[in-house]
Ligand binder design. Structure first.
Ligand SMILES: O=P(O)(O)O[C@H]1O[C@H](CO)[C@@H](O)[C@H]1O
Ligand SMILES: O=c1cc[nH]c(=O)[nH]1
Length: 291
């Protein structure tokens, strides 16, 4: 067997994993991922107790108990490049033996739930609502570095590429589904079912113009008018595609919920982002313990 070299599976002096700074015993099987470090406390303030609190760079982790369930909350920072780090290190914590540096024979499957913020691109999905993503389309290029074809919905890939007329030097969009059982657990009449676009930036990649012109002025409208097999792209953010894709490849279950703080179709921005996020956190925690 090939043991993973020190340069590939990187452990800190205390045997914690490189970026997350966590040891296997620090992690719960249910993991909430948030972009913003300050959101970790906003979630664990609802916990009965917090037993682990570890910080390194933008990766802040707290593990504790909520209504009898052990949950880890981890901030990822912004972007799918960070999701590459977080998902690989989460998987290593449960599925690689840090002593032997080999894969474990028996694999653990985590439940991974993103609680994020996002901008709606459909008029009828207003600010302060919650979108539960059934699917995601990645306009980043992360999944293309992995043997990921099997987890991608190729018919959607082709339909989106044809509709957008993606610039030939950009990476090709990839579409990946959320875990179906988590979608069922989190869906209700209080939320919108979504198809979430994950972009490689906040400004031009999401069709925002401050001072710099876009290569394609119509990109936001093209995203909003895409429709295939009854699905429209509902909202834009920056992590969900990679969370769904890497989780599916690694055998974990993933879902993403986003508080809608901007409506790009109407030009509205929430008047109380903190409350929108708090409502989404409460909804997510409630659904996690409802299983
Ligand atoms: O609020 P978070 O979870 O960070 O999510 C959204 O907010 C950030 C951009 O402002 C991006 O990370 C985007 O995905
Ligand atoms: O419009 C938005 C709002 C939040 N996060 C994003 O990435 N885009």
């Amino acid at each position: 067997m090939n043991h993973l070299a020190a340069s590939e599976l990187i452990l800190n002096k205390d045997n914690s994993i490189y970026h997350l700074n966590l040891k296997p015993e620090h992690l719960a099987d249910t993991v909430i991922l948030v972009g913003d470090q300050n959101r970790v406390d906003k979630i664990t303030k609802h916990f009965d107790k917090v037993e682990v609190a570890v910080k390194k760079r933008e990766f802040h982790t707290q593990t504790g108990i909520y209504k009898g369930k052990r949950i880890s909350v981890i901030s990822t920072g912004i972007g799918t490049d960070n999701i590459d780090i977080v998902l690989n290190e989460l998987d290593a914590l449960v599925n690689i033996d840090f002593e032997t540096r080999d894969m474990k024979a028996e694999k653990t499957s985590l439940n991974i739930i993103r609680v994020g913020t996002s901008g709606s691109i459909q008029k009828d999905i207003p600010v302060d609502s919650i979108v539960v993503s059934e699917m995601a389309v990645g306009f980043d290029n992360l999944l293309h570095f992995y043997q990921s074809d099997e987890v991608q919905l190729q018919d959607f890939n082709e339909a989106i590429e044809a509709h957008l007329g993606t610039y030939e030097r950009n990476s090709k969009p990839y579409v990946v589904p959320a875990n179906a059982s988590l979608v069922e657990q989190f869906m209700s009449e209080q939320v919108f079912a979504g198809f979430t676009g994950s972009n490689s930036g906040f400004y031009a990649p999401q069709g925002r113009v401050l001072r710099l012109p876009l290569r394609d002025d119509n990109m936001k409208d093209k995203l909003a008018t895409f429709s295939f097999k009854g699905k429209k792209i509902t909202n834009l953010e920056m992590e969900t595609s990679a969370i769904f894709g890497l989780s599916a490849m690694l055998g974990h279950k993933a879902l993403s919920l986003n508080a809608i703080i901007a409506n790009r179709a109407t030009g509205n921005f929430t008047k109380d982002g903190a409350q929108a996020v708090e409502n989404t956190i409460k909804y997510a925690l409630d659904r996690i313990v409802s299983a």
